[in-house]
Ligand binder design. Structure first.
Ligand SMILES: Cc1cc2nc3c(=O)[nH]c(=O)nc-3n(C[C@H](O)[C@H](O)[C@H](O)COP(=O)(O)OP(=O)(O)OC[C@H]3O[C@@H](n4cnc5c(N)ncnc54)[C@H](O)[C@@H]3O)c2cc1C
Length: 414
């Protein structure tokens, strides 16, 4: 399908996919088996300038937006969604900085994230605060020019591999959700260490760590936006980043079909290829249709988001103001509903497609040395992280009901 990509976007797709096939494909099984961090591949991503495709040129990025992040993540995930997360998790660190940091903070953090010199991570989840981020217990107490951080984060992707961490702590426990604040902490800060490393079903090339803060002093100037706006920072970050998870799901669904096609056209039973059986063809047709429908929603959402957000980002770059303030000034709407729809559709599609691909391949599809079962293991996480699909459905429904109520109000007023 021709999605009308620009010349630059098509170049990004071609370059990223070529790099993924040449550099990632030969080693993806190794990283999946060993759970080592794919440092040599990260170096290839740096050389290819993949880390900053969605960041402004002012900070060394390519000047693209959500669409470019989606394209890169999709093409890398076609080959390995776990290795792709090394880039995508940096996006989750950089997006809150892009949207909520002041000019000084942007200058300090974004260039290294754009070049990939420093990797990023995002830490919101805590053992008792998963879907319910308002249950955050990690505290940040202001003492002179520093915040003193105490507490624990868990399930942090890129944990221990990253140098910069966007994280959330309560600056005022009495205010509940309104007491949360967002910060950036640098690896190596005294009092900041790493706890348990998780061993996972899928995306095993990605490191998932606990973060531990024990009287960790970070400069006051590392507060993002204002005290008490942490939940807001997290929600707006997810609005912008969920298309990234959707593209990870879409890429791996596409990759699962690629691998399945190579096999079913060769494998013969009853004297004919299994691709010639109608039962297999119908499964293949359903998988390909679901993937294309998901891609259409994702690309159109990413484009629409960029169209609205780019003017706010450009204005903030020019004036040295905060992007989020410019978004408000320009009346940019929240993208919760649409980005949630992309995440739900693409990840549910990925899970179903990867499962059907295993089925189409039969017994070999279930084996560890055949690439298809890995797609099935990797697909599952896309239904869970950055807000489970149950939470997405809650939010989508809430937005639809709100919109209906406000339309009715307008109609009554008119
Ligand atoms: C591999 C991996 C990497 C991750 N990376 C990061 C990261 O980099 N940074 C980070 O901050 N977090 C990360 N997470 C955390 C992830 O975002 C959470 O696991 C996720 O938000 C769900 O929280 P939970 O695991 O505590 O599940 P719970 O909140 O305990 O949910 C358990 C079940 O209950 C359902 N549920 C909960 N509340 C509701 C409700 N109101 N309505 C309906 N159903 C509900 C959920 O959908 C789920 O099915 C990662 C998780 C994993 C597994």
């Amino acid at each position: 399908m021709d999605y009308g990509l620009t010349e630059t976007q098509q170049e990004i797709v071609d370059l990223t996919y070529r790099l993924a096939v040449e550099k990632m494909k030969p080693v993806r099984e190794h990283y999946d088996n060993t759970e080592e961090y794919p440092w040599p591949i990260v170096e290839e991503f740096r050389k290819a300038d993949l880390f900053g495709v969605y960041l402004p040129e002012k900070y060394g990025g390519l000047g693209g937006g959500t669409m470019e992040l989606v394209l890169v993540t999709e093409q890398l995930s076609r080959i390995c969604a776990g290795i792709a997360l090394s880039v995508a998790a940096c996006g989750l660190c950089a997006i809150p900085i892009l949207l909520f940091a002041n000019e000084e903070q942007r200058q300090r953090f974004l260039p290294d994230l754009a070049s990939g010199k420093r990797l990023g991570a995002f830490a919101l989840t805590e053992p008792q605060a998963g879907s319910d981020a308002t249950a955050t217990k990690c505290t940040a107490r202001l003492e002179g020019d520093y915040y003193v951080i105490n507490g624990q984060k868990n399930f942090c992707s890129n944990g221990n591999a990253a140098d910069l961490y966007t994280f959330f702590a309560t600056t005022n426990p009495a205010r509940g959700a309104r007491g949360l604040s967002a910060f950036v902490v640098e690896k190596g800060t005294p009092g900041f260490s790493f706890g348990k490393k998780e061993h996972k079903m899928g995306i095993r090339a990605s490191w998932t760590y606990d973060l531990v803060f024990n009287n960790c002093k970070i400069p006051k100037k590392n507060l993002l936006y204002k005290e008490g706006y942490g939940l807001f920072v997290a929600q707006n970050t997810f609005d912008a980043s969920r298309p990234g998870v959707a593209s990870q799901a879409l890429g791996l669904a596409t990759g699962a079909i690629d691998e399945t096609l190579s096999y079913i056209r060769i494998r013969k039973q009853f004297g004919q290829t299994i691709a010639s059986f109608q039962a297999i063809q119908h499964m293949l047709a359903d998988c390909a249709t679901a993937v294309e429908a998901s891609r259409a929603l994702l690309y159109s959402t990413a484009r629409a988001m960029d169209k609205e957000m780019k003017p706010a980002i450009d204005a903030a770059m020019e004036k040295g103001t905060i992007v989020f303030d410019e978004m408000n000034a320009l009346g940019v709407k929240r993208w919760t509903k649409e980005s949630g729809m992309c995440k739900v559709l693409c990840s549910d599609t990925a899970m179903r497609v990867a499962t059907d691909c295993v089925q189409m391949c039969g017994g070999i599809g279930y084996m560890r040395d055949f690439p298809v079962e890995k797609y099935m293991r990797d697909a599952k996480i896309t239904q869970i992280y950055e807000g489970t699909n149950q939470i997405q459905r809650n939010e989508i429904a809430m937005m639809i009901i709100k919109e209906a109520a406000s339309k009715q109000k307008e109609a009554v007023a008119a």
